[in-house]
Design a protein around this ligand. Sequence first.
Ligand SMILES: Cc1ncc(COP(=O)(O)O)c(C=O)c1O
Length: 470
Amino acid sequence: MKLYERLARQMSEQIHAGVLRPGARMPSVRGASRGHRVSPATVRQAYRLLEDRGEVQARPKSGHYVSMNWAGLPRQVEKSAPSVRTTRVDVSELVFEILESVKSDAVVPLGSAFISPTAFPLNRLARSLGSAARRLSPHRMLADLPPGNLQLRRIIARRYLDSGVKVAADEVVITSGALEALNLCLQAVTRPGGVVAIEDPTFYSALQAIERLGLRAVSVPTHPRDGIDLNAFADTLDRHPVQACWLMPTFQNPVGSLMPEDRKQALVELLAAREIPLIEDDVYAELYFGSVKPRPAKAFDKKGLVLHCSSFSKCLAPGYRLGWCAAGRYSAAIDRVKLTTTLATSIPVQAGIADFLVHGGYERHLRRLRRALEIQQTQMVQAIRRHFPQGTRVSRPQGGYFLWVELPPSVNSLDVQRVAMSKGISVAPGPMFSPTRGYTHFVRISSGHPWTPQLEASVATLGRIVDGLS
Ligand SMILES: Cc1ncc(COP(=O)(O)O)c(C=O)c1O
């Protein structure tokens, strides 16, 4: 156990024993550092750990306090501890089974990766699509083949610039959703049998892509707040011949972590020193709750080694299947793989989205969506606190719409999923996100739907199922 963990445990014991009561001020960093004979940095780390667990709260310019409702708040999930060996991946069957089960709109979609369709300006988008298609010159059917519609690529490049990332329109390749971008990137930078570093747990489509291309995965432990553990990551790169990394530094799916900028920079530098490409999966970037958009790792890329992939699927137009990658030195290679696989992305859809971005009120829509998602997250966390058994822990992401929920260790999340589905409720069980079908007592729960009494009742039912299985 590290020094700060030991200190956090001592403080936690005082809280649990009632020596420090809810609302009480914790010792100052300097005071605790003197009292426990540790450095101020160690005390700060201990406080961060206690904050994560919901036991203390930091108040700006005032210090740390025992959380008013620490006893009731679900604790935050801690860092994962995956195997350090490379593994062949085998999740597809499980994922297909579960994806099939969430298609029906009669099912309460707590396991879904899609938010409520009512959150999107679908009528306004349809107007843009119609008017752009009517104006489309026949010549564009050829001109907009890969890398894609120039107006759209320029708008995307300008949006990068707005968040401080230099990307030229020429670097952007338009794709059919982010998933195509990610798959093209993986194909362009790996050879069969190669090793790909991934977070663990990770997005199941990353696992499926690795499986399909006959690659091997090596997992890096990840924390639900700060993302991958950089020390463990450097160690992984020393030990394995990693050909590429596929990571989600911003609002990771499923845990929701956000790597702070200095860590994103350190990550890019670590890879640059070894000339290893980073496929950055950044589909949730627009869904931040803070006042500024988190910059991607791509912002720190000096060598063209970061292949940044995103889309409009999560923030504007699900179903339109429009995404892109800004692939640095690999752009031309991606263009070619795209030309030889799907040839092009729907040309009217590219024109329609470009029209919406210019005339449709995108920023206003995004502001509304972010606000709604933030409120829904709080509602869902509180409902889990009300209805789930003691010992449940929940992540608190700063954006996106996933909660990573750790159930009491005796509960098997595949059983939870099976029983919940029989009652018309979906959840995404932990093994979907693991190359070795781990995380057997975790579920990913979506907070992407507006709060209703039915939703509350479904969370209550789910809580009873978990309780019954514990
Ligand atoms: C992390 C992550 N990356 C990529 C995708 C796929 O994005 P798209 O629908 O644009 O292909 C998803 C969708 O669930 C996702 O969660």
